[in-house]
Write a protein that binds this ligand. Structure first.
Ligand code: GDD
Ligand code: MN
Length: 395
């Protein structure tokens, strides 16, 4: 279930202009790029025109491009009034989310602003995001398309609008408390205080970084600023169906971070395993197999089904053992569960004098809890202490 914690206070939007930004802290702009050569020069030009001189800023591109984006950035950076760095990742772990996390790890400023490189996020709002945070004391300031004054003008096509809306509803429904005061949890445009996050709190696979920050770091106060999601300046969106799948597994991983929530997920997945189990049984007995060996074989279909689902949705970040080792242990536990159930029923019914039905139900619950605990401890051991690799920044 949702971990306990204070709900972020809603501070609403602010209408500051750059001149009102009070004694600002330093700002690192983190801009993830994947083949944005046609956008970065214009982006830097507009940033240079938007960032007030009294706001100490630096720009850090975290780049996974296969085109000449880094070279184009370096060329455009020479005319910029603020420092510009490019961290090019030879091994782009975690895609967009991984790039942002890498940037956060490296930023040492008071504030971090995350924005896209394709000018869908208006550069002139950067001082306003930081200003809103400074003025209200918020740790996180979200640029939202869903506040009055904001819109999704640049979201191409009704299909993408529907997907974005659906994802927002699903996410808000799953995390009602953590996302109170955040109308646009899918936004890729936000400012945060560096102190909000220790880099290790961010799972490296995190895909929707804002969502992850809100759920894991629980900012005490959140502010929002409306913005109009613009059309892409050049090039095409990098989002794919695969990204959508990543988003869903990220949601599941965040939602199942507590043991109680994981146990519920484990139970639901276990129930869904009846389907392949019964289907297998039907197939095998119709193919002429005796029902007893068919039961045993069909049970393995259910076990495999459960294994695939819990790996994808519940224990994604705890797959430390070798895959063959994991599936072996998982299958062993699942079948032991079956073997243990009969003697347990015998004990409950025979020794303790329970009726058969409650005895069976109690045995089912007992073996379920035992199997869950054993799966956690013996198949998916908790994360070992993390080493924080410190690589040197690129040019
Ligand atoms: N480093 C890195 N690695 N950057 C990436 C990668 C990657 O694998 N994939 C995309 N990017 C960069 C793009 O170059 C761009 O600057 C930014 O991330 C956003 O990518 P787009 O491809 O333009 O995404 P989008 O417009 O479909 O999605 C945006 O809007 C969504 C809300 O509708 C993003 O801001 C999403 O985070 C946001 O949820
Ligand atoms: Mn975009």
């Amino acid at each position: 279930m949702e971990p306990e914690g204070a709900a972020p206070a809603r501070l609403g939007s602010t209408g500051l202009d750059a001149a009102e930004v009070p004694a600002p802290g330093s700002v690192t702009l983190i801009i993830p790029t994947f083949n944005e050569a046609a956008n970065v020069a214009e982006l830097l030009r507009r940033l240079a025109g938007s960032l007030p001189a009294h706001l100490p800023c630096e720009v850090l591109f975290v780049d996974d491009s296969t085109d000449d984006t880094p070279a184009v950035i370096e060329k455009a950076a020479s005319g910029c009034p603020f420092p510009v760095a490019v961290l090019h990742r030879e091994h782009p772990e975690g895609g967009l989310g991984g790039a942002v996390v890498e940037g956060i790890r490296r930023a040492a400023s008071d504030w971090i602003v995350v924005m896209d490189a394709d000018l869908q996020h208006p550069p002139h709002l950067v001082p306003e995001l930081v200003g809103a945070g400074e003025r209200t004391g918020a740790d996180l300031v979200v640029a939202s398309r869903y506040l009055p004054g904001g819109s999704r003008a640049g979201l191409a096509g009704s299909y993408r609008v529907a997907v974005s809306r659906g994802a927002t509803w699903l996410t808000k429904g799953l995390f009602p408390r953590a996302l109170r005061g955040i109308s646009d949890p899918m936004s890729g445009f936000f400012a945060m205080r560096r102190s909000l996050v220790t880099a290790d709190a961010l799972h490296p696979l995190g895909y929707k970084i804002l969502l992850e920050l809100a759920v894991r770091c629980r900012p005490a106060e959140v502010a929002e600023v409306p913005f109009v999601f613009q059309d892409r300046y050049a090039g095409a969106s990098k989002s794919t169906a695969r990204e959508g799948l990543r988003f869903l597994t990220h949601l599941a991983a965040l939602r199942s971070a507590s043991p109680a929530a994981r146990m519920i997920g484990f139970g639901l997945i276990g129930l869904s395993g009846f389907v392949p189990n019964l289907a297998g049984l039907w197939l095998l007995t119709h193919a002429g197999m005796h029902y007893l060996p068919a039961e045993i074989v069909a049970n393995q279909a259910g076990v495999l089904w459960n294994f695939v689902l819990i790996e994808a949705f519940l224990f994604r970040d705890r797959r430390h053992r070798h895959r063959a080792d994991r599936i072996g242990r998982f299958a062993l536990l699942a079948n032991a569960d079956l073997l243990l159930r009969i003697p347990l029923i015998a004990v409950f019914a025979g020794r303790l004098g329970m009726a058969v039905l409650p005895a069976t139900a109690l045995a089912l619950v007992t073996t379920f809890v035992l199997r869950f605990a054993a799966t956690e401890a013996l198949v998916y051991l908790p994360r070992p202490p993390r080493r924080t690799p410190r690589r040197t920044a690129g040019s």
